[in-house]
Ligand binder design. Sequence first.
Ligand code: 5AD
Ligand code: SF4
Length: 458
Amino acid sequence: MKTFYIETFGCQMNAHDSEKVVGTLVQEGYNQVNDEAEAGLILYNTCSIRDKAEQKVFHRLNEYKKLQGEGKRFAVIGCVAQQEGTKIFEKAPYVSLVAGSSSYRNLPEMLERLEAGETRITGLDDRQTDQTFDTEFTARTNPHRGYITIIEGCDKFCSYCVVPYTRGKERSRTSASVLAEAQRIAQLGFTEIQVLGQNVNSYRDPSGRRTFAELLVAIGEVNGIERVRFTTSHPRDFTKDIVDAIDATPALCDHVHLPVQSGSTDVLRAMQREYTRDWYLERIQWTKDAKRDISLTSDIIVGFPGETGRDFEDTITLLEIVGYDAIYGFKYSPRPNTPAIHMVDSIAEEVKIQRLAILNARQRDIQRVNYGRHLEQTLTVMVEHAANSRGQITGRSTQNKTVNFTCDTTPAIGSYVDVRITQVFPNSLVGEAISVPIAPSAALLAQQALNARVTVLG
Ligand code: 5AD
Ligand code: SF4
């Protein structure tokens, strides 16, 4: 029997790539196991976005070394695979396959070569491809959410970012193929879809039939779909019709993740973000002028080369103007192949640490106020975890806020419950169920049982 074990790190794109890789392997006659010692093939889906990602990968590979044995094979895939390429064979000779995400559509052929005994198989030369990795065999491993990648790669080349080098050039799927996938997800019983792309709103329908906003509306109108999320939007391509689509389509969630990276126009220029502070704030104003209460979240990098105290102050004032519901703050870290690696990493580590702490403290105050507004409101929550250690059920509101609540019954994952908010914290809300849970369909429960074995780390 052919068996495999997969470990996944990184963003949601990577988690979803793994779902497609798992589906492909199963289609090729492999069985997934949860114990790496039992697996014939061990796959490691890697991320290289920040810090010393490649060192961590080699460290983990070193641990794999102990598992070497008769017929056991190792594959390194994803962003570090693409970035380090055949260096992986030099440092970890027991690895037989190294492949970046642009080559996954060739996986069946690579697996055949692996089974034939080849030990130096690469999928590294496809970054200029126009093709996307579409498969009907996706393993839907998330118990309540179906992912759809509508655009792969990235052509933005922000000066700090590895993604254009690891995931290749931007390419979109036809809206017809996206909608067919949305239908399949609905038929499996999922009511929530997350639309994915590195720059999801840079989507360009190759058939020319739909804009990104029109595609969102069409997904939101698929029978059975209650919630549609999309990530990550780039401010440069964020158009007003996206806000209008949210206003007009009940299934589109009240949430936009719009990473600003910095509040300083000078730093934005050095980052090659192709917008200014004012341009960004104009887009924020569109979302604030919407009829719906759209929650905003962001990614922010502190300590980019040359960032002055004044620039950092601009980021703090921007936080206050926008009033985000969450931010993901990062210290700048130089990445291989990126233009910024040639700039002097001029901000001392202590200063980066200090700026990140100030950023997070300021953001916490903002969230305390924002989350405080929900006290005594009733929010519809989709259940994500059956019960935590305190016996609370955990789920999310349309705004993507975590809600922990008590309920007389134990609602299944994927149920919807109306919850009255009784307590507020800067990162979560607490409440009690005031409606009988609307249970997920039998189809979703069957799908959840099928995927109970799948592991995703990260
Ligand atoms: N250093 C720090 N943060 C980074 N990000 C991307 N590249 C880097 C880097 N070199 C952050 C950005 C991006 C998020 C996914 O990771 O904020 O939006
Ligand atoms: Fe990590 Fe970026 Fe690759 Fe996602 S695309 S896995 S965040 S390096």
